[in-house]
Design a protein around this ligand. Sequence first.
Ligand code: ATP
Ligand code: MG
Ligand code: FE
Length: 337
Amino acid sequence: IITLAIESSCDETSVSILKNGRTVLSNIIATQIEQHKKFGGVVPEVASRKHIENINFVIGEALEEANVTFDDITHVASTYGPGLVGALLVGLSAAKAIAFAREIPFNGVNHIEGHIYANFIEHQELEPPFVCLIVSGGHTHLVYMKDYGEYEILGKTRDDAAGEAFDKVARALGLGYPGGPEIDKLAKIGDKEAIAFPKAYLEEGSYDFSFSGLKSAVLNYLNSQRMKGNPIVIEDVAASFQQAVIEILVEKTMACAIEKGVKQITIAGGVAANSGLRQLLGKKAEAHGLHLKYPSLKLCTDNAAMIGCVAYYDYIKGYRSSLDLNGIPNLKIGERH
Ligand code: ATP
Ligand code: MG
Ligand code: FE
């Protein structure tokens, strides 16, 4: 099976060609970060327009790099949610048009499931079951993945996503967009014990998260230091904030893995690129005899290869999407249409 997969849910236009779901022949990513930087975040209308400008070119590049033509494509896939509806519709419409014109099967894919499957591309031998911590720009989920396409959600954020907290704190520190990588960089040189920010563990035994209190605490700290005329060491703020986030993430992920009795833990989504998170979770997992797996940086953030991988496993399980599939901005993990 040769899949052509499209991702356009946010600010990356990406097209990938895969062989049997796990062998990536090409994975072209056109990012719009430069266009959105001056606004400090993604502007939905700008994103949709840029996707329209880019999509045909990116499809062409993906075919060329994979050294295939449309005649070789036997299956087509696209993200249909969650994401910005105008952005989703661009990739989805292109994929449906290809499926219709070429008379080949089509699978709509959940973007967040895609982030999990980036691990299957990175680690060819990886198989479920495992516990996955999904930490992206808009989502924070702890998921028990029993089998391909079977998920049990153990916990999620009640307010801000982890990546969102990184981006908002970065903005308050006057750092560029996206903020996660900038904070990660500064945290390496700052003192993570300099400032004691509050960590919300919520009720005993809960696997949910809350990051808005932490974010407010950082903003309050910055305001009060400025009012008092005290200096702000941004490396220390970055390091202390990052430490608070990752300690909560790591503690709850470990507790889930132990409760479920799994041997493997995976992480996924843009914040899975965070070096502090990888290190601390890696150390704790090893101490419990568990294996931690994560995707390379390119596969952590949005890309179409991860979407093609989900589509392949859905396809071999017999699922097909109809050509009237619509974009669903708030699509949930495990939901099917
Ligand atoms: P979603 O997948 O929830 O729809 P998204 O696609 O915008 O949202 P991703 O592309 O998965 O999100 O990830 C982007 C997020 O990852 C941003 O919030 C960014 O700040 C964060 N991020 C990227 N690299 C790092 C890093 N090294 N440390 C922390 N956060 C990071
Ligand atoms: Mg993005
Ligand atoms: Fe994403």
